[in-house]
Design a protein around this ligand. Structure first.
Ligand SMILES: [Zn+2]
Ligand SMILES: [Zn+2]
Length: 292
């Protein structure tokens, strides 16, 4: 079992790790710059090395993930926005590699109605540029870009697995690309995995379209909106429309249960708390029991 959480350290890396330890998370996800501003945060190489040392000194936290800045839109047809997006993704990936992170989770962006096929080449070119241009990872660090499935609002790219398959396919299955499944987005995009059969079906689809080995982590969230509502609205576990019983089959599945499950729940407004980690632990146990 690996219950993780998105944590904030006031823009500082090691304090983020400590915030995760404090709530009992065994993986963490961080922003490496302000998520709603373009200005990149510059880290000296020593700061990144310090993070790797701090992570080694806190072995209870097994994985660190970086979440890319929300402003990034690799599907944009606006050249200026697109170039800023590629630069921000490259920077985020450089920092994550330097931290020894296990991946950069990315919302690809939105084509704003222009159509997925029109946007595909920009998206794949942007991904390739970031993967090639970011600072190299230290030896032994595997830090892919993890495409996050979208809830499906307003032309978002990655609203279904077929789009993610097309992106990875256009990059000839580049091994530096992976997948992060957000349970709330998946539900909002209309995939009902709230039964063992539903879970098996979606995992088979992931396997056939992108390969289950690319699935490196999940975002574990309940949903404030209904199945198929196409909106990105996270709820605390057990307080949403999926519920503990709906999440348990997916979380407990043998191919999912050992992955980092990263909470991005609101808590009381400040993000995941120790009690949310405990709720996730109980949910995990209930899920695993379904398969015994
Ligand atoms: Zn996300
Ligand atoms: Zn998410």
């Amino acid at each position: 079992m690996n219950i993780g959480a998105h944590v904030r350290g006031g823009g500082k890396l090691v304090p983020s790790l400590e915030a995760g330890v404090e709530i009992g998370a065994t993986s963490i996800q961080v922003f490496v710059q302000s998520p709603r501003m373009w200005k990149p945060t510059q880290y000296a190489p020593e700061v990144l090395a310090n993070y790797r040392e701090a992570a080694a000194a806190h072995p209870s936290v097994t994985h660190t993930f970086a979440h890319a800045t929300y402003l990034i839109n690799l599907a944009s047809s606006d050249d200026e926005l697109y170039e800023k997006s590629v630069a921000a993704l490259t920077h985020n990936l450089s920092v994550a590699r330097g931290m020894g992170a296990s991946g950069v989770v990315l919302h690809v962006g939105s084509h704003k109605g222009g159509g997925f096929d029109e946007a595909l080449e920009r998206v794949t070119t942007g991904l390739r540029r970031a993967l090639d241009d970011a600072t190299e990872a230290p030896a032994g660090v595997d830090c892919p870009i993890l495409i996050e499935n979208a809830a499906g609002a307003g032309g978002t790219v990655g609203r279904d697995l077929a789009e993610i398959e097309a992106i990875i396919g256009a990059l000839e299955g580049d091994s530096r690309l992976g997948l992060c499944v957000d349970t709330q987005h998946l539900w909002a995009s209309g995939v009902n995995y709230a039964s063992i059969e539903g879970t098996v079906q979606v995992l088979e689809e992931i396997d056939s379209r992108v390969g289950l080995d690319r699935l490196r982590c999940l975002h574990l969230n309940d949903s404030k909106v209904d199945l198929g509502a196409n909106r990105d609205r996270h709820a605390n576990l057990g307080e949403g429309t999926i519920g503990v019983d709906g999440l348990a089959p997916l979380v407990g599945h043998p191919r999912v249960r050992d992955l980092p499950l990263l909470l991005e729940v609101p808590g009381e407004g400040d993000g995941p708390r120790a009690s949310d980690v405990l709720d996730a632990t109980r949910l995990w146990e209930a899920g695993v029991a379904l398969y015994s």
